[in-house]
Ligand binder design. Structure first.
Ligand SMILES: [Zn+2]
Ligand SMILES: [Zn+2]
Length: 141
């Protein structure tokens, strides 16, 4: 029971501290620093419980396996880096969607994801951008 609590705290902590949506594999990588015996199956099980408890929510990008972020965040969008595969939060949403919808249409919701290259992958990390800590590029040369 004590071990389960510690693992769950490590999993929730990794998501809370990331500041961006994490895949189960990323959660596993980060949470293992606090809970070395943590297995990927346990990560999936705890993700399910944390969703049921309303602590985290799923982030679905088209054609991608789900990632997870804390549930209390306000309206925002995401940016996916095509090089490292990480997804980042975008705070701004300044577009007037009603203005670009066809005349007479009423926009009720929108779903926007930006794709491109993050500052770290573009080699401009440190140029005023708060880059996340270095993450090993598994499988890249
Ligand atoms: Zn990147
Ligand atoms: Zn928006």
């Amino acid at each position: 029971m004590e071990r389960n609590t510690r693992q769950r705290t490590a999993i929730l902590g990794s998501i809370e501290n990331a500041g961006r949506p994490l895949s189960p594999a990323e959660i596993h990588d980060i949470a293992r620093a606090d809970a070395p015996a943590l297995g990927l199956a346990t990560v999936y099980r705890n993700i399910k419980m944390l969703i049921e408890d309303g602590r985290i929510r799923e982030v679905s990008l088209p054609g991608e396996p789900p990632r997870y972020e804390v549930a209390h965040l306000g309206h925002h969008h995401h940016f996916k880096c095509r090089l490292c595969g990480r997804v980042f939060d975008i705070a701004e949403c300044g577009t007037d969607w009603n203005a670009i919808a066809p005349a007479g249409f009423a926009v009720e919701a929108h779903d926007v994801t930006l794709f491109g290259v993050c500052a770290q992958c573009a080699g401009t990390a440190g140029a005023g951008v708060a880059a996340p800590h270095r993450h090993d590029d598994h499988g890249h040369h």
